[in-house]
Design a protein. Structure first.
Length: 319
């Protein structure tokens, strides 16, 4: 069955937003709202839609490297070490970097969804930057104004282009990006062919993956071997492990790691591919997520997420 590319992008964007906005363990969808009572002198635009994650582990070296690169460069690419559909934590690293270093960016923290119509998404910075709108201005003109504003801005600003996976979208947006020492740009992408300084994220080590599962599930003393098996069947992917841990903590406190492992295997989730150096590769990440979601109770929000993930799996390329 053929699907229009724009429809596929819309599904991907919906899935990405639902997962990262934390709807799996919160009753209300976190939504960015720009304050309206700040004077221009003290106003700092902040359009990152995701809250900071209190359980962010295993990326200290990558965070340090990212900070080092941005001392020497105005832009850095965060990609992934191997093939796959994501889930290694590229977006999360960018978001946590932004919050950790927010005092270094008095000009604002700006986030653009690269998985949608990139020109439309970039043009939406027009409003939070409080640029003057002249009647019905086209998005292309808005983008030009945003670029000029960021190039001339004296205060350091951070711009995150998240999920910029389509080469065509990158070709469009590259002309709109500011070339200024006062604007740092982070690009997260699954691609490895975008030129520039980059950091490649790999899956988590066994030790860190087990630590993450125990922290997310709040089960510090549960069986280590069982935790290892759960993490391995989830490909040591941080997002998949987080969802599994949150399920155990919030939805099924009686389920043990051993029981979760058996349930995941029975659901058909066994995508472990080991290389000669005993590391995991080519994990079907989207199927992992959908299987974890299938363990959740059937309330309205979970049902919607399951539908989105199921659709997304149908559109995902083979890896």
């Amino acid at each position: 069955m053929q699907h229009e590319p724009k429809h596929m992008i819309a599904v991907c964007k919906t899935c990405h937003d639902i997962i990262h906005l934390g709807i799996l363990d919160s009753k209300a969808l976190y939504k960015y709202k720009q304050p309206s009572d700040e004077t221009e002198e003290f106003y700092v635009p902040q359009t990152i839609m995701f809250p900071s994650d209190p359980i962010f582990v295993g990326r200290d070296a990558e965070m340090e490297r990212l900070e080092e690169l941005l001392l020497q460069n105005t832009s850095v690419i965060i990609n992934q070490a191997g093939p796959g559909s994501g889930g290694v934590g590229k977006t999360r690293l960018a978001v946590e970097f932004a919050y950790k270093n927010k005092d270094s960016y008095p000009g604002g923290l700006l986030w653009v969804n690269g998985g949608g119509d990139i020109i439309t998404e970039y043009a939406q910075l027009f409003e939070p930057l409080r640029l003057p709108l002249h009647q019905e201005m086209e998005d292309s003109r808005k983008c030009a104004h945003v670029k000029r504003y960021l190039q001339q801005k004296q205060k350091m600003t951070l711009l995150i282009l998240d999920n910029l996976d389509e080469l065509e979208a990158y070709s469009y947006i590259i002309e709109c990006l500011p070339a200024s020492v006062n604007c740092h740009i982070l690009i997260t992408t699954c691609r490895d062919d975008i030129e520039g300084e980059s950091i490649s994220l790999d899956i988590l080590s066994d030790e860190i993956a087990i630590k993450l599962l125990k922290l997310e599930s709040d089960r510090a003393n549960e069986n280590e071997d069982a935790a290892f098996k759960v993490c391995r069947v989830l490909g040591n992917l941080p997002l998949a492990i987080k969802l599994a841990g949150r399920h155990l903590k919030y939805h099924d406190e009686s389920m043990t790691f051993d029981q979760m492992y058996i349930k995941l295997i029975e659901a058909g989730l066994d995508h472990r591919v080991l290389s000669s150096d005993d590391r995991l590769h080519s994990v079907d990440h989207l199927t992992n997520l959908a299987t974890i979601i299938s363990l959740f109770p059937e309330d309205h929000h979970k049902f919607q997420i399951k539908k989105v993930l199921t659709a997304l799996i149908c559109f995902a390329p083979d890896n």
